[in-house]
Design a protein around this ligand. Structure first.
Ligand code: KG4
Ligand code: ZN
Length: 364
């Protein structure tokens, strides 16, 4: 089945063309096209994503990216194409159109949904139109093909379930216990800031540009992670209710106080020590859950999964526990549309439908 997928939940306009096959125990994906147009530079001066700028940019980018996928007759987009109707081109056999319906910024979600409905009606009326959950996309991104040199996923030969899933992005920090690809229980989540948000805020305190995650990683590489002993939030919180919950605002505040009290702080040391504290907490809770629930694998997902130190630490911990470790290929950690196609395919296999309207607070 060929899936055209659209993602506009935040500040990346993304579209992909993915060929999906296999059953629910062994879904396989071939990514034919994967285009991500980042608006980061436009939002950077504001220190975060401005919803109305995101909306405007998505509206501008969507038709351009559709053109890049080369599924419509290229003549229809040529400069002299006025009055000429775009028509499906040679690659145009599309079985499903998938679009993110949430969670995300509502005005940003509208643009992708409206565009999906439009092209569905106009060019691919026989295709299924599937509304997908952005977080499910992240969760399933480890199923997308890995690039050479990265660990190869063999779902058939490598034991997966039960699995502990750590989904870490700019808006979410969630720990899951998965019985299968489609059955899970939320073990815990953040009580305040998401971990990606903490990276972004600490970067801002250090005068590093937005988005802060990659900048912190870069600065941290030059620093000493043991230089400052920032708190490991909630590692010792033994209360059963919050056993697997996270909290990152305290850590963020300690960085703030440290910088207030040390006017000549070494940026690299602060970044390295903050990064280590955040990762220690994530890895500690994930490992604890993996042990308690006798997990066969640990799955890492979401934008923060791009963090090299988190990947390495969690991979090493998994090896120590004797469980398999899965993380997305580097190009599929941060927002993209290939993961939305993966989520849509699994939804189709499960015959699950979802309302096709913006749901800003949709959860896992
Ligand atoms: O999944 P994503 O692209 O968007 C959301 O759904 O939120 O995640 C973006 C988040 C941002 O907070 C960004 O700073 C963080 O992922 N991030 C990183 C790294 N790359 C992106 N955090 C730490 N280290 C990185 N290398
Ligand atoms: Zn995301």
């Amino acid at each position: 089945m060929k899936i055209l997928s659209i993602e506009t939940s935040c500040d990346e306009t993304a579209m992909a063309l993915v060929e999906a096959s296999g059953g629910i125990k062994d879904p396989r994906f071939k990514v034919l096209k994967n285009v991500v147009s980042s608006q980061v530079a436009l939002h950077a001066p504001f220190g975060g994503v401005v919803p109305n700028i995101a909306k405007r940019e998505h509206l501008k980018n969507l038709p351009v990216i559709l053109n890049e996928l080369e599924i419509l007759d290229p003549l229809s987009s040529a400069p002299n194409a006025i009055g000429r109707r775009a028509a499906p081109g040679p690659l145009s056999k599309i079985d499903a159109i998938a679009v993110t319906v949430g969670p995300g910024l509502e005005p940003a979600l509208w643009t992708g949904i409206g565009f999906a409905k439009e092209i569905h009606q106009k060019y691919f009326p026989k295709a299924k139109l599937i509304g997908t959950n952005h977080m499910e996309g992240h969760l399933y991104s480890f199923l997308l093909p890995q690039k050479t040199g990265e660990p190869k996923l063999k779902t058939k030969s490598q034991k997966l379930f039960p699995a502990v899933g750590l989904v870490v992005s700019g808006g979410h920090t969630i720990l899951l216990l998965l019985k299968s690809l489609t059955e899970w229980k939320k073990l815990g989540e953040t009580r305040d800031d998401a971990v990606g948000e903490a990276f972004d805020k600490v970067a801002r305190m250090l005068g590093l540009p937005y988005p802060g995650g990659p900048e912190i990683q870069k600065a941290a590489a030059q620093g000493n992670p043991e230089a400052i002993n920032f708190p490991r939030p909630m590692i010792h919180d033994a209360s059963p209710a919050g056993e697997y919950d996270f909290s990152f605002s305290g850590l963020k505040t300690s960085v703030l106080y440290y910088l207030r009290d040390h006017k000549r702080a070494n940026v690299a040391d602060v970044a390295a020590s903050f990064q280590k504290a955040a990762i220690d907490t994530l890895v500690y809770k994930t490992a604890k859950a993996a042990k308690q629930y006798k997990a066969k694998s640990i799955i890492l997902a979401g934008g923060v999964a791009a963090n090299a130190s988190l990947r390495e630490t969690l991979a090493a911990k998994s090896a120590e526990l004797g469980v398999n470790f899965f993380a997305p290929s580097m190009e599929f950690n941060t927002d993209n549309a290939a993961m939305i196609a993966a989520a849509a395919y699994i939804q189709i296999l499960k015959k699950k439908s979802r309302r096709i309207s913006a749901q800003a607070n949709l959860s896992l």
